[in-house]
Design a binder for this molecule. Structure first.
Ligand code: MEV
Length: 448
């Protein structure tokens, strides 16, 4: 396609029209794209301001997995995902574990890290000594930025200078530990770090007792770390094996649990399996993260760094059978919030918060982890019993029927026909063609 000029300076409709004008066969592209806009003008305004160069709204289903019992509380959990079967899988596991004690979750800490990366040439011991002398004054200078967060129980919780010569010569970091209360805190952390870098640069420059070259520092960058091993949540389900009688159809519970724990052990040891296993966990975590307006890219990067923390990529969950007790647990770092950014601005994220009873960030971490564990349970259960495709493809069938433009009556016939048959796009297409062909042969059956 040809080059576009001045795209960002046009309004939304002008952008759509411009794209249509350079598109071969644009057809009703302009009207169709525009038909996805919100009918509520205030909401539409919010969507148009969330991102740049916006041309349309991209809808995903906002679903609910009901009846999650977490630490004795009941939640009906909003989930946003494009993948059929994820919500059904979460809901099925929530229902099963509701009968067996529910999910127990604990947040292991809420500390996040930010880094000022800098280069400095001089004597490290002297630098550390100087840092010790100016540290409190630097924190005082940051007070205008931190007071409001301090009042909410957050703020700066620690500050160190660390030398990392194995990465680069003369390379140091100011490492800062933060608590960001109920916000995810990225903007707060980055703002504080950039100010801190300025304060640090000035402090060094003002040290008149040092040689000139020691008073200069090159700040490379200031940014939060999305790896939060000290902001972590642990979630588990557990029950005596003799109470778990109804776990899997057509399989006794002992056999099922033995196969289940082996499948999880494989994901602990084999990275090829572990990635898919963890993807099944993130199916649930991401759906909650998206529904509540949180940053799913940060959540994903964080989880996978933790999964490889010991040098090998491993399953985030562990299953054990010990002294007659089955335990299935998940531990992952999770930096999400319930105030600020899209969590507050996005209309659907606000609905999600309301549905969850406007939880704190700590509560939301527990909810997201519980849903991740629930999805993982259902996926591994399906894998070691019926296989993933029987349940999965039945739900996928509906998407295929939609893609093929099947009407309501045809969809019902397709669903019935494939109830016990192997589903594939080709098979559904052929069956639909057959249906339409048969209908032409029997005019009295034709729909009005
Ligand atoms: C599909 O979205 C997720 C699974 O592949 C997870 C797994 O294999 O454990 C079913």
């Amino acid at each position: 396609m040809e080059r576009i000029e001045g795209f960002s300076s046009r309004d939304r409709l002008e952008r759509i029209q411009l794209l249509a004008s350079i598109m071969p066969n644009s057809g009703n592209w302009v009207d169709d794209l525009d038909s996805h806009r919100a009918t509520n003008e205030n909401y539409q305004q919010v969507y148009e301001e969330l991102s740049e160069n916006m041309v349309g709204n991209y809808h995903l289903p906002f679903s609910v997995a009901p009846n999650f019992r977490i630490n004795g509380m009941r939640y009906h959990v909003p989930m946003v995902t494009e993948e059929s079967s994820v919500v059904a899988a979460a809901a099925a596991a929530a229902k099963f574990w509701d009968r067996h004690g529910g999910f127990t979750c604990r947040v292991q800490g809420t500390t996040k890290t930010g880094q000022v990366h800098f280069l400095w040439e001089g004597n490290e011991e002297k630098l550390q000594e100087f840092f010790g002398q100016v540290q409190s004054e630097m924190l005082v200078q940051l007070k205008p930025l931190t007071t409001s967060m301090d009042k909410r129980g957050g703020g700066i919780k620690g500050l160190q200078v660390v030398r990392l010569p194995h990465i680069l010569p003369n390379y140091y970091q100011l490492q800062v530990q933060f608590d960001t209360a109920d916000s995810m805190g990225a903007n707060f952390i980055n703002t504080v770090l950039e100010s801190l870098a300025g304060v640090w640069t000035q402090s060094l420059a003002g040290n008149g007792t040092w040689p000139e070259s020691w008073r200069r520092v090159e700040v490379l960058m200031c940014i939060l770390s999305n790896y939060t091993p000290d902001c972590r949540v642990l979630c588990k389900v557990a029950a005596p094996v003799n109470e778990l009688r109804d776990m899997a159809p057509n399989m006794d519970s002992e056999t099922f649990l033995s196969r289940f724990t082996k499948a999880v052990a494989i994901a602990q040891g084999d990275p090829f399996r572990a990635v898919t296993h963890n993807k099944g966990i993130m199916n649930g975590v991401d759906a909650v993260v998206l529904a509540t307006g949180n940053d799913f890219r940060a959540v994903e990067a964080n989880a996978h760094a933790w999964a490889s923390a010991d040098g090998s990529y491993r399953s985030l969950s562990v299953a054990t059978l010990h002294q007659g007790i089955f335990t299935f647990s998940l531990e992952l770092p999770l930096a999400i919030g319930t105030v600020g950014g899209a969590t507050t601005v996005h209309p659907m994220a606000r609905h999600a918060g309301k549905l969850l009873g406007n939880p704190s960030a700590v509560e939301l971490m527990q909810i997201a982890a519980a849903v991740g564990l629930a999805n993982n349970y259902s996926a591994v259960k399906a894998l070691v019993t019926s296989g993933i495709q029987s349940g999965h493809m039945q739900l996928h069938l509906s998407n295929i029927a939609t893609q093929l433009g099947a009407n309501i009556r045809e969809r019902a016939q397709i669903k019935e026909h494939f109830r016990k048959k192997t589903v594939s796009s080709v098979a559904v297409k052929e069956y639909l063609q057959q249906l339409r062909h048969d209908k032409q042969d029997t005019p009295f059956l034709r729909e009005g």
